[in-house]
Design a protein around this ligand. Sequence first.
Ligand SMILES: [Zn+2]
Length: 282
Amino acid sequence: MRLYKAKNTLSERHVQANRQADAKVPDDLWRTCPKCQRTLFAAQMDEYATCPGCGYGFRISAKQRLSWLVDSAIPMDTDLQTKDPLNFPGYAAKLAKAQEKTGLNDSVWTGHAQIDNVEFNLGIMDPTFIMGSLGTITGEKITRLFEDATKRRWPVVLFTASGGARMQEGIMSLMQMAKVSAAIAQHDAAGLMYIVVLTDPTTGGVTASFAMEGDIILSEPRALVGFAGRRVIEQTMHTEIPADLQDAENVLKHGFIDHIVARQDEKSTLAWLIKYGGKQND
Ligand SMILES: [Zn+2]
């Protein structure tokens, strides 16, 4: 009994000391890979932010991706603003915070881009903007990106990252799925190429529409690709699902993805595909 008490006192002291030490360490000093649990020193991560253990690409902002993906880029539709159609409580403040953090007006960056003198229209969804959710302006920007590409006879490359529809915009958010799909159909009817790159996570209404409508569907290693989340599936099916069920590697096996590309190879792969596979300037 005495021994137990002494041990207990010692561990309490250790816990206190650890808490004090923890308080001195900045939160963003270490990052743990959510796929293989390897702990990484954040300062040693390069601009690609990938895990050296399993190749997983950490969630990065659209601006960070843009910094290494293309040779040059000109943004489009930066002045569009959502009108908070439902006057959803707290939404305006949340939106303003996300806009300040990302420098974007909504959860996607769109514009004209160039790699190796090949021009195309590019969209990059930002998972740090309200989980990359599909808002009205997100849908409008992607629609305009395709309409502009159809006029120019340019291919489109779209990086998807989304938690799904944006509940604060209700049905207006869901309508974006149909609107974007219609613009993609027109682009397709004009014989132009659309390449999707799925990044972690691509789920919900985005998977149920434009993420799966590409002529070529690429994915980053270990990206979560699915429709419903794990908890929803397990509650509906009353069964546990395998840990890797929604990993890109497993989705690839079932034919939903054409190829998995490491971040470091994305620029050259896209340039090659557009140069040789696209019907640019027919
Ligand atoms: Zn890893």
